[in-house]
Design a protein around this ligand. Structure first.
Ligand code: ASP
Length: 578
């Protein structure tokens, strides 16, 4: 017996007259006074079955008991629909199967939600994920993801990169998140950490002489979840010895071009433009600028040095957005609320409205200041005056908000951009100890190699990020391959020599045994799929995601373990789980 001779999506006019057998799910059933219609669905599409009690009495009898999502097998002749019943909205809408034999292969309990229902609660969808995944959108997203990963693998292999698997039970790897830890039964009181990325391991594959490594790697980061963040992320992880930035960038660009071409039918322009972090920060108030629209940040620090408006005169930076719209007072109050949420103390404005200048601060500003801003009729200038960093944060966020609100963004467009020359270090919480902006294995740029420790705040790293339409899809760097240089960076990060040995001794030992220069990149597969699918929810490009609380409503993971398991691991809970 064969389950099926054709797929549901195959049913086309060319096959009319043939006897075919299909198998799939009942997507919809309609009883029309005797005739029963069933939409049968498989992964390729939907075909209409017609069951006529006069021709197939047994099948008709059975058909009355069929409910949505039953699995059926149907055999019959493919016939042309009468002209008035052709459905042009359906690829198989010209034909239907005149059923001769029908079999219920598998039944379904009543459904917790219908597949075509909109706005189903996400927890319910995740609880019954196998049903949720049958929906068109999720089928498309998951297939798109697989298609993309297939292209990635082909490109990487064609370029001579070797797929090397690295362990999941490992040691802490610093990517700036909390670790997930796993207790060891064989080594009581000791814990593995799940890798936040295979960073150190991929560097060791270079020391080991593999020259070109890649992996579709799962990384674990115990972070608070947001719409664009998960705890278990998948990345394309890449490393090469004797690295050549042009070669690496060209490889990534070729890969993206092929993905966009094959998955979306869109030709993207390569090479991608490049921008130094300092420029991105200055022009867009962001390290991942959305370059699909202009609305750039302008600087008014110099012209306001002697301002009568104290807030301007006293601020480290005075910067503004020139918005092509006149806002009402109410609208301005709302924007100010937002600016305050992002950390601003206030939001000064000048509205150039029909020859009139509306602004509570205009009276403090000199002719020269107003001339310097050069406001034009129909514009509103929105100012932030604070530290450079804060003005970037506030105006960068405001720019995105207004870009969306005013419809300045071409949502269908994709802009690719490399951002490079990142700062190497930043202070934790603004004034704490130094931390690495990328990770501590990133090398300083050539000019900073000897003197990064003299002025850590200004030192630049040989690091780069890839940005697509304002989304950071990934980043990487050239690495430190000299053990002395690596120790110096650890020193600056306040890692005591014993701590350096305990945490990274194996890396320092490896670097001391003939380490080639190396560098690489990692790209987030989940985010790439999101951008490719135009899907705002990261969980909808992952087959089995967890919810925002890190819980899988389907299996109820994480779950309790038995006292026996805890005893074996030598673990005592301070508080029993609620
Ligand atoms: N390990 C880095 C990350 O996961 C990427 C890299 O530097 O290659 O972000």
């Amino acid at each position: 017996m064969t389950w099926r001779t054709h797929m549901c999506g195959d049913a086309r006019a060319e096959l009319v007259g043939e006897s075919i057998t299909l198998a799939g799910w009942a997507a919809r059933r309609r009883d029309h006074g005797g005739l029963v219609f069933i939409d049968l669905r498989d992964r390729t599409g939907v075909t209409q079955l017609v069951i006529n009690p006069e021709h197939a009495p047994e099948a008709a009898e059975l058909a009355h008991g069929i409910r949505n999502e039953f699995v059926l097998r149907a055999a019959g002749k493919l016939v042309a629909r009468s002209p008035e019943t052709v459905n042009p909205a359906m690829p198989t809408g010209e034909v239907e199967v005149a059923v001769e034999q029908l079999e219920i292969v598998s039944r379904s309990t009543p459904l917790p939600f219908q597949l075509d229902e909109e706005n189903v609660d996400e927890t319910l969808r995740l609880r019954y994920r196998w049903l949720d995944l049958r929906r068109d959108k999720l089928q498309r997203n998951i297939r798109l993801r697989a298609q993309m990963v297939g292209i990635i693998r082909r490109e990487m292999e064609e370029a001579g990169f070797l797929d090397i698997q690295t362990p999941i039970l490992f040691k802490p790897t610093p990517e700036g998140a909390r670790d997930f830890v796993v207790p060891s039964r064989l080594q009581p009181g000791r814990f593995y950490a799940l890798p936040q990325s295979p960073q150190i391991l991929k560097q060791l594959t270079m020391v080991a002489g593999f020259d070109r490594y890649y992996q579709i790697a799962i990384c674990f980061r115990d972070e608070d979840l947001r719409a664009d963040r998960v705890q278990e992320l998948t990345q394309l992880d890449v490393e090469m010895s004797f690295p050549d930035q042009e070669l690496l960038f060209a490889l990534m660009e070729r890969m993206f071009a092929r993905i966009w071409r094959e998955c979306l039918g869109i030709e993207i322009e390569t090479p991608f433009p490049r921008m130094a972090f300092a420029e991105a920060d200055r022009r867009f108030g962001s390290d991942k600028p959305d370059t699909r629209f202009a609305l750039e940040v302008e600087d008014a620090t110099e012209p306001t040095r002697g301002s009568q408006f104290g807030v301007f005169a006293g601020a480290e930076a005075v910067r503004f957005l020139r918005v092509p719209k006149t806002f009402s007072r109410g609208e301005l109050a709302k924007l100010e609320e937002l600016a305050k949420e992002w950390g601003a103390k206030g939001l000064a404005y000048l509205v150039y409205d029909g020859g009139e200048l509306r602004s509570p601060i205009a009276k403090f500003l000199s002719e020269e200041e107003l001339a310097a801003f050069a406001g034009r009729d129909g514009e509103t200038l929105l100012f932030a005056a604070d530290t450079w960093e804060l003005t970037s944060r506030v105006l960068g966020a405001l720019r995105l908000h207004l870009g969306r609100q005013l419809g300045l963004i071409d949502e269908g467009a994709f802009t690719f951009l490399w951002v490079n020359d990142f700062p190497m270090f930043e202070r934790e919480g603004g004034d704490g100890r130094w931390t690495a902006v990328h990770h501590p294995f990133t090398r300083p740029t050539g000019e900073w190699q000897e003197r990064f420790a003299d002025d850590p705040g200004s030192a630049l790293a040989h690091a780069y990020d890839l940005i697509v339409s304002g989304n950071e899809l990934g980043g990487g760097s050239f690495r430190i391959h000299e053990p002395e240089l690596q120790s110096k960076v650890f020193d600056l990060l306040d890692l005591m020599p014993e701590e350096q040995r305990a945490k990274f001794g194996f890396l320092l030992d490896a670097l001391a045994m003939g380490a080639p220069p190396h560098g690489g990149i990692a790209l987030g597969i989940d985010r790439m799929t999101m951008v490719l699918a135009g899907e705002p929810n990261l969980r909808d490009v992952i087959a089995f995601p967890k919810n925002q609380a890190g819980v899988d409503p389907m299996s109820s993971a994480p779950s309790e373990v038995t006292q026996e398991q805890l005893d074996e691991l030598g673990i005592r809970l301070i508080e029993p789980p609620a």
